[in-house]
Write a protein that binds this ligand. Structure first.
Ligand SMILES: NC(=O)C1=CN([C@@H]2O[C@H](COP(=O)(O)OP(=O)(O)OC[C@H]3O[C@@H](n4cnc5c(N)ncnc54)[C@H](OP(=O)(O)O)[C@@H]3O)[C@@H](O)[C@H]2O)C=CC1
Ligand SMILES: O=C(O)/C=C\C(=O)CC(=O)O
Length: 359
C-alpha cells in the first residue's frame, strides 16, 4: 500500500426516491429559515415546486442561472440574496445552477443545499467557476462545498436521454482521471471504480427507457461517487483538454467530455496501467477491449457523439490553437506534457475531431 493523505470533505447526502420530501427538515438542520431557490429559466417550474414545499422558509426564487456562471449573473444573485435576507441557497438543476449557488457562497458564506438533476458532480466539490470578460476562472474554496445534497432520482426523469448519456460520461471522466491522480488514494480509487461501474450499468438502461427509475438511481449513485472523486483529487490531461475546448471555443460541456475521454485515456494508458485495469474491470471489458476503446464504445453504443466535427463550433484548423494552449499551461499528468508532446496532443485532438476509435 502506498502512503497517502485523505481529506474527508463534509457533506450530508440524502439519497433515494422521494428524498425531496425531506427538504424542510434539511433546511431546519442547516438552521436556516429563508432560502433563496436557484434554477435556470427553463427549470423554474421545479424551482416553484421547491418554494411551495418550503412554504414560509422560501425567501424567493432566482431563476436566471446560465452555463459557466457569468460574473454579472453571480452579482445579481448575490444582490438578490442580500435584498431578501436569505440565509441559505437551494440550487435545483445541473452544474450551471449549482455553480451559481457556489458563486453566492464564495462571497457570502451562505450554506448551499444542492438538488442535482444532471450527473456532472459539482454538488460534491469545493470547486467553483466564474466567467468574467469571456474568461472562466476556477478555484477551490471549502465555503462553496454544498452542506447538504438531496439526490432524488424522480427529479431526473425529465433529463433528456441524450443529455443523460453525455452527463454520465462527464461523471465517468472525473473517476477515470481520479484513478491516476498524483494525489490519489485507495479510498478514492474504490469510489472511482464503483462510480464508473454504476454509470456503465445505468446508461444503457436509461438509453432504452428514460423512465427506468432503477437506472436513474444507479446513475445518481455513480454521479455522487464520481463527483466526490473530482472534489478530492486533482484532474489531469482530459480535464485540461475539455476546459480548453469548452472555454476557448464555447463547446458544450458534457459532449466535449464524452468525445475527448477515450482519447485522453489512450494517451495516458501506458503511464497508468493500474488505472486502466480498474477502468476495464468497471466497464466489464477486461480481456475484451482496452479502457479507451471500452469508453468509446460506451458512448457510441448509447447514441452519444464521438466526433468533435459532429457537434459544431470548432473547425479542424482550430486544433492547432487548442494543442498550443494545452501544452503551454498543462495540468499535472501521469505522462508528462511539455512542448515536445505537442504533436501527440494534436494527433489526440485530430482523432477526437474525426471520431476515430482508439485501439
Ligand atoms: N465546479 C465543479 O465541480 C463542476 C462544475 N461543472 C460545471 O457545470 C456545468 C456543466 O454542468 P451540467 O450539469 O452538464 O450543465 P447544466 O447545469 O447547464 O445542465 C445541462 C443541461 O441539462 C438540462 N437539465 C438539467 N436538469 C434538467 C431536468 N431536470 N430536466 C430537463 N433538463 C434538465 C439543462 O436544461 P435547462 O438549461 O433547460 O435547464 C441543461 O440544458 C459547466 O459549466 C461545468 O464547468 C461541472 C462539473 C463539476
Ligand atoms: O469549470 C468548472 O466549473 C469546474 C470544474 C469542472 O467543470 C469539472 C468538469 O470539467 O466537469
Amino acid at each position: 500500500m502506498k502512503d497517502f493523505i485523505y481529506n474527508g470533505q463534509p457533506a450530508r447526502v440524502v439519497f433515494g426516491r422521494g428524498a425531496l420530501a425531506s427538504l424542510e427538515r434539511e433546511i431546519d438542520l442547516l438552521q436556516a429559515s429563508r432560502a433563496l431557490v436557484l434554477s435556470t429559466p427553463e427549470q423554474q417550474d421545479q424551482a416553484r415546486r421547491i418554494a411551495d414545499l418550503l412554504g414560509s422558509r422560501a425567501a424567493g426564487i432566482f431563476a436566471r442561472a446560465v452555463m459557466h456562471v457569468p460574473i454579472e449573473t453571480a452579482r445579481q444573485a448575490r444582490d438578490e440574496a442580500r435584498r431578501l435576507g436569505a440565509d441559505c441557497a437551494v440550487a435545483i438543476g445541473g452544474g450551471s445552477t449549482i455553480g451559481l449557488g457556489k458563486a453566492i457562497a464564495l462571497d457570502s458564506g451562505l450554506p448551499i443545499l444542492a438538488i442535482p438533476t444532471t450527473y456532472a458532480g459539482s454538488e460534491m466539490t469545493p470547486i467553483f467557476g466564474i466567467t468574467e470578460a469571456g474568461l472562466k476562472k476556477t478555484g477551490k474554496d471549502p465555503r462553496v462545498l454544498p452542506r447538504t445534497v438531496i439526490y432524488d432520482p424522480d427529479l431526473t426523469l425529465t433529463l433528456p436521454q441524450a443529455l443523460s448519456i453525455t452527463s454520465g460520461m462527464n461523471a465517468i471522466a472525473h473517476a477515470a482521471e481520479g484513478l491516476y491522480a498524483r494525489d490519489g488514494n485507495p479510498i478514492m480509487e474504490l469510489m472511482a471504480e464503483e462510480g464508473i461501474r454504476a454509470l456503465a450499468r445505468a446508461l444503457p438502461a436509461i438509453r432504452r427507457d428514460a423512465g427506468d427509475l432503477e437506472a436513474r438511481s444507479d446513475a445518481q449513485y455513480g454521479a455522487w461517487l464520481c463527483g466526490t472523486v473530482l472534489g478530492n483529487v486533482g484532474m489531469a490531461l482530459h480535464h485540461k483538454l475539455c476546459h480548453t475546448l469548452g472555454g476557448t471555443f464555447n463547446l458544450p460541456h458534457a459532449e466535449v467530455h464524452t468525445i475527448i475521454l477515450p482519447h485522453a485515456i489512450a494517451f495516458n494508458a501506458a503511464a497508468a496501467p493500474d488505472a486502466m485495469r480498474r477502468i476495464e474491470r468497471a466497464l466489464d471489458a477486461a480481456g475484451r477491449a482496452s479502457a479507451a476503446a471500452a469508453l468509446f464504445d460506451l458512448a457510441r453504443d448509447n447514441g452519444a457523439p464521438v466526433a468533435l466535427k459532429d457537434i459544431g463550433g470548432i473547425a479542424e484548423a482550430d486544433l492547432d490553437r487548442a494543442a498550443d494552449l494545452v501544452v503551454s499551461a498543462p495540468y499535472w499528468n501521469p505522462r508528462e506534457i511539455d512542448a515536445a508532446q505537442r504533436g501527440d496532443i494534436h494527433r489526440l485532438l485530430s482523432n477526437a475531431y474525426h471520431g476515430i476509435r482508439p485501439d
